[in-house]
Design a protein around this ligand. Structure first.
Ligand code: C2E
Ligand code: MG
Ligand code: MG
Ligand code: MG
Length: 277
């Protein structure tokens, strides 16, 4: 009976591995084909100056067009973690950067674009050079390109992140620490990670009306950021009430469904639409 149980267990384990392998292989293929067939799509979400309601810049958010139903867009949560596992993210991040720089070149009225970079790409040794080469050949001013790195990925390899950020700063790009506050045990590492912008994690913002503690955390981040001369952004601003609280607290910029829903098609309208503060 004991042996049978073991046998059954290892049979299940094999089955799980092969199923996982097939799934991963097919995603690998799907992502590879999407790259070949140009089926990735950029969406944009406005980020606004809190006091004036004027557009500050746009964040670039990636979607993947389904191979059969081209109307259907697959969200990054479905393919980014897999692309990070199999390494395709390096190619994806470069593709998004190239497209974004081309757009900045074509549309001088876009103030700036913020592009998300995976933690995996921090070890891509040529990435900083790739970015500066692309900016140079497109003749785009480097400060119009903002690079978002999550706090967690920066902290997971501090030295690698430091090297990358140093190189980007040298190029003149703006550095933003995304999802800030989720990994914070201390602010001390901000001495080593020279970011211009701290984007406060949306989980603190979404419930800020109801969770007193969240307000305390956000206030602390705003105070530290101000003291260090850094700009703060709040993501997940989903209501007028949240916007009002953040305005009173002195958060510099706001982003969220209340102000603008990420979209692709008619992004030009985002440029001319000052938000009613
Ligand atoms: P993120 O960089 O923190 O982006 C913010 C996410 O929150 C986006 O989800 C956005 O659509 C969503 N969001 C915006 N406003 C609100 C709001 O008011 N409430 C709520 N609940 N959510 C809001 P999305 O587009 O699904 O992207 C998810 C994550 O995928 C991003 O988080 C980023 O880490 C990653 N990602 C997106 N595009 C790229 C890319 O081009 N390259 C890489 N490496 N990662 C990307
Ligand atoms: Mg981001
Ligand atoms: Mg974020
Ligand atoms: Mg996030």
């Amino acid at each position: 009976k004991e042996a049978g149980k073991n046998a059954w267990r290892s049979y299940r384990a094999d089955l799980d591995t092969s199923r996982e392998m097939i799934q991963r292989m097919s995603w690998n293929e799907r992502i590879g084909r999407a790259l070949e067939e140009d089926r990735f799509v950029l969406h944009f979400q406005g980020i606004y100056h809190t006091q004036s309601g004027v557009l500050a810049h746009l964040e670039v958010l990636l979607r993947m067009r389904d191979e059969t139903d081209t109307e259907q867009l697959i969200m990054p949560g479905h393919f980014i973690p897999l692309a990070e596992k199999n390494g395709q993210i390096l190619q994806i991040d470069r593709w998004v950067l190239k497209q974004s720089i081309a757009l900045l070149q074509a549309k001088p009225d876009i103030p700036a674009l913020a592009v998300n970079i995976s933690g995996r790409s921090l070890d891509d040794p040529g990435l900083a050079l790739f970015i500066s080469d692309e900016l140079l050949s497109a003749q785009v001013e480097p400060h119009r390109l903002m690079i978002e790195i999550t706090e967690t990925s920066a902290l997971s390899d501090l030295q690698e992140a430091q090297r990358f950020i140093q190189a980007l700063r040298h190029t003149g790009c703006i550095i933003c620490l995304d999802d800030f506050g989720t990994g914070f045990a201390s602010f001390a590492y901000l001495k080593h990670i020279k970011a211009d912008i701290l984007k406060i994690d949306g989980l603190f913002i979404r419930d800020i009306i109801f969770e007193r503690d969240n307000k305390v955390f956000v206030k602390a981040i705003v105070d530290v950021a101000r003291g260090l001369g850094k700009t703060t952004v709040a993501e997940f601003v989903e209501s007028r009430e949240i916007y009002a609280v953040l305005k009173e607290m002195g958060v510099d910029m706001v982003q969220g469904y209340y102000l603008d829903i990420p979209s692709g098609g008619h992004w030009q309208t985002k440029l001319s639409k000052p938000h009613q503060a």
